[in-house]
Ligand binder design. Structure first.
Ligand code: CLF
Ligand code: SF4
Length: 525
């Protein structure tokens, strides 16, 4: 399944050196990570700032892929089809469920599908959600441990819906065996979950692998896995296939090691590095859940991501989706597309209609991008600003890059780091829905406050009196003044106002605390 580690500086001791393969993506300097020369030190994917100096052929691949472009994820949707139930390794954070509709985490699905059912479902979703641009196979097991089902699905889909981008996710063990096939079906995006580049770390994460017809345990297993992952990554890079590396941050096990992972994958041409928090609860039945291994706090996650900056560019907008997720990242519409519902639907796959709709979406995305550029340029023109002041704000949004959601309707908040002249998307926080059946649920408020406790403000389209008072009491400013404005413009306007109030003595600027990452990771209550 698609899943996912920090900070030391030493070179990996047991990492196999680069092979003789010259690692180079067409149009991209060798081993340059995100494909923009401006990538050094960026907080997230280079495409978050539009095309910039990204080569046209890479831009075409990422501009409407919601996982490969932070900007695109506000506008374009993806879907997964659960055709790959088997796996060839065991991760201590994994417990797959094949008939579960109420958990939202990788490895969980409601229905397993045959390739034929999967294609039918993709066509149905594409006709209903024209901004759905990417089909991913991300489990619930490993896409390449189920090669026939995976490639049958891609082949049929390529014939029937040629405009949909194909994406796959793998643990990498079987990857070197299938790179040619991946290229043959024009799969332009491959995610490899790499949690370590050192078998000593790896044996704490992977109890066994199944390789060459036998089960292999412990450090030997981890060494084979890392060697195969690195080789597969190099082979993909050599063919110009964009790669994203997912790493699960497991405090005490690989947190000190993820920096090495970041540099190792950058050296092999990875386009993006997605560092995700471990989801670990006893109720999930995973080894880590049962042994009490905790996941990171929001600040621990951010610290690791920040420490990795300057290497492979970071993705920070991952939602750790289910293997049958449908919709924008952060929403899940899979319940609308069960097999029985698809049978009742009048499905018309109209390529021209999809193209026309996506042109509108692209225009909207360009407006958001321009609004961000304008807001940043206006902010840069300000005089006497405290350039060192930096805060986090939470934003309630239901897409289009705008502050356009009621506080009570948010199932997640997007988190932006704001300085006087910059806004950077740094993550999201899932929360329990505050508004239930038309009424505010006051019992949910403490958990919502915990989830955004490191933020100075929360920008919303609207908010009721009760949550407003509670947020204020917790030191988080509720702001509805910028309703329906583009997020970056709203955040910079609020921050200019905040700094003016600090400068006038009206308020005192104080640092905030840490926040909790929601471990249950259930769908909306
Ligand atoms: Fe799916 Fe993964 Fe493709 Fe995206 S998800 S196979 S690259 S289309 Fe995206 Fe979901 Fe995070 Fe994966 S938000 S878990 S990074
Ligand atoms: Fe689960 Fe296999 Fe994915 Fe590991 S690689 S998370 S065991 S499905």
């Amino acid at each position: 399944m698609e899943l996912a580690t920090q900070g030391g500086t030493a070179q990996p001791s047991r990492l196999r050196p680069l092979t003789g393969i010259k690692v180079e993506i067409a149009g991209q300097p060798a081993a340059s990570g995100c494909g923009t020369t401006g990538g050094e030190g960026k907080a997230s994917c280079g495409s978050s700032d539009g095309q910039g100096d990204m080569p046209q052929e890479i831009w075409e691949k990422v501009k409407n892929h919601p996982c490969y472009s932070e900007e695109a994820h506000h506008h374009y949707a993806r879907m997964h089809v659960a055709v790959a139930p088997a796996c060839n390794i065991q991760c201590n954070y994994c417990n797959r469920k094949y008939d579960c509709s109420n958990e939202s985490r990788p490895g969980v699905v409601s229905q397993k599908l045959t390739p034929e059912q999967a294609v039918k479902k993709v066509i149905a979703v594409a006709s209903e959600i024209p901004q759905m641009t990417v089909l991913g196979i991300a489990g619930p097991g490993d896409a390449l441990a189920n090669p026939k089902k995976t490639f049958d699905t891609f082949r049929m889909l390529q014939e029937q819906a040629p405009d949909i981008k194909l994406c796959l996710s793998t643990n990498g063990l079987a990857l070197p065996d299938y790179v040619d096939e991946i290229a043959k079906y024009n799969v332009d995006h491959v995610t490899i979950t790499i949690n370590m580049v050192d078998a000593e770390v790896g044996e704490k994460i992977y109890p066994w692998i199944f390789y060459n017809h036998k089960r292999i345990y412990g450090r030997e297993a981890a060494q084979i896995l890392t060697d195969r992952q690195m080789l597969g990554l190099e082979m993909l890079t050599q063919r110009g296939i964009l790669t994203k590396i997912n790493s699960v941050l497991i405090p005490g096990i690989n947190d000190e090691h993820l920096y090495e992972v970041n540099r190792a994958v950058k050296a092999r041409g990875a386009f993006l590095h997605n560092i995700m928090p471990l989801i670990s609860e006893a109720e999930h039945g995973t080894v880590f859940g049962l042994t009490g291994q905790r996941g990171p706090t929001a600040q621990e996650l951010k610290d690791v991501q920040d420490a990795c900056m300057g290497g492979a560019n970071l993705m920070r907008h991952c939602r750790q989706c289910r293997a049958d997720a449908v919709g924008l990242l952060g929403e899940d519409r899979s319940d609308e597309f069960t097999l029985d519902k698809i049978e009742q639907m009048d499905v018309v796959y109209d390529l021209e209609k999809r193209r026309a709709y996506q042109e509108q979406v692209e225009a909207e995305r360009q407006s958001q991008h321009q609004a961000k550029v304008d807001a940043l340029s206006a902010a840069l023109d300000q005089e006497n600003v405290d350039a060192d002041m930096k805060v986090l704000v939470a934003v309630a949004t239901e897409g289009q890059g705008k502050v356009n959601q009621h506080f009570g309707h948010a199932t997640e908040f997007q988190i932006y780091e704001i300085t006087a002249a910059s806004t950077t998307f740094v993550g999201h926080r899932r929360v329990d829905l505050y508004c239930q059946g038309g009424f505010g649920e006051d019992e949910q408020l403490p958990s919502i406050v915990n989830a955004i406790n490191d933020c100075h403000a929360v920008l919303v389209a609207k908010i009721g009196a009760c949550p407003r008072d509670e947020l204020k009491a917790a030191g988080i400013e509720p702001v509805d003044k910028y309703a329906f404005e583009f997020i970056e413009k709203a955040a910079l306007s609020w921050f200019a106002d905040y700094r003016a109030r600090v400068a006038s003595g009206e308020i005192v600027h104080q640092p905030r605390g840490d926040a909790a990452i929601r471990q249950g990771a259930f769908k909306a209550a």
